[in-house]
Design a protein around this ligand. Structure first.
Ligand code: ATR
Length: 280
């Protein structure tokens, strides 16, 4: 539904042409009969992009690669968890009230919420030991989120010094990828890009080490079933693919923007069918 009063949302990044978020959010708006639309907003100037959506009356936006860090300096208010993570993936733009006429941009991070909810469908995170592979921005967001959920985390990273720096910040141990045989945990989360197309024959951990985990999650969603997830399923683990995190971080955005519970089944369906189209 589009009208003279349609509320505007979008995804700011570069590139955003292949983003699955428009399909997911527009399906959710349609399902609830909301007069809202969500569009791709590619820009090579994040400051101009944020000023633009503010000036044009957008109600909110997703922020993606490469701007999740740079956008922090551009928001008026920053959610404390997003500040700790050091990345914003969601903007909420509020009218300041009838007298001021101004607008306030608030920055949030829903990636950690997405990861937690995706895992919570398989296992109770409180008191659970989780091995997180990687030490980049995704590992920081997911690691902090897992700690908030009461999990105990262990990091492992290719570049040990980088892993140790994040581990120090999170207050957890860190190993090299060559030491994974000695690490025990209930859950494994891959936050590295290993296994992503076109390198889908790669995997971050040997298949014979997977049987010890109850649940294995991969944030890579192209391909949908990475070699890691295929070998984990063969080893008897429950698996969580990268679309689950994408879905639930989007559901958390939807709640922030509309105040309504997101229709996750419709959103999942939209993601899957868009995904299958792009596979062809
Ligand atoms: P993101 O923001 O998505 O987390 P990032 O900050 O670039 O991305 O981090 C990428 C992570 O994937 C890092 O932990 C990186 O390991 P290094 O710190 O050693 O670079 C990891 N990674 C990327 N390619 C890898 C590979 N081929 N083997 C092992 N780890 C890899």
């Amino acid at each position: 539904m589009i009208s003279g009063r349609t509320e505007l949302f979008g995804i700011i990044g570069n590139p955003v042409r292949h983003s699955l978020s428009p399909a997911m959010h527009n399906a959710a708006f349609r399902e609830l009969g909301l007069d809202c639309v969500y569009v791709p907003l590619a820009t090579d100037d994040i400051a101009a992009g944020v000023a633009g959506i503010k000036a044009l009356g957008f109600s909110g936006a997703s922020v993606t690669v490469p701007y999740k860090q740079d956008v922090i300096a551009l928001v008026d208010e920053l959610d404390p968890t997003a500040a700790r993570i050091g990345a914003v993936n969601t903007l909420v733009i509020r009218e300041d009230g009838p007298d001021s006429g101004g607008r306030t941009i608030c920055g949030y991070n829903t990636d950690w919420l997405g990861a937690n909810r995706a895992l919570a469908g398989k296992i109770d995170l409180a008191g659970t030991r989780v091995l997180v592979l990687g030490a980049g921005g995704s590992a920081r967001a997911i690691g902090l989120g897992l700690l908030k959920a009461g999990a105990e985390i262990v990091l492992a990273n290719r570049t040990l010094a980088k892993g140790q720096a994040l581990a120090h910040e999170l207050g957890c141990p860190c190993h090299g990828l060559d030491e994974l045989g000695q690490v025990s945990a209930d859950v494994l989360v891959n936050t590295t890009s290993v296994g992503m197309e076109p390198d889908s024959g790669a995997t971050p951990i040997r298949g014979d080490l997977l049987a010890r985990f109850k649940v294995v999650m991969d944030i890579v969603y192209a391909p949908l079933e990475t070699r890691l997830l295929r070998e984990a399923a063969e080893a008897g683990c429950q698996t969580v693919n990268g679309l689950a995190m994408l879905l639930y971080q989007g559901a958390a955005q939807f709640k922030l923007w509309t105040g309504r519970e997101a229709p996750v089944n419709v959103m999942r369906q939209a993601l899957s069918s868009r995904f299958q189209q792009s596979e062809r």
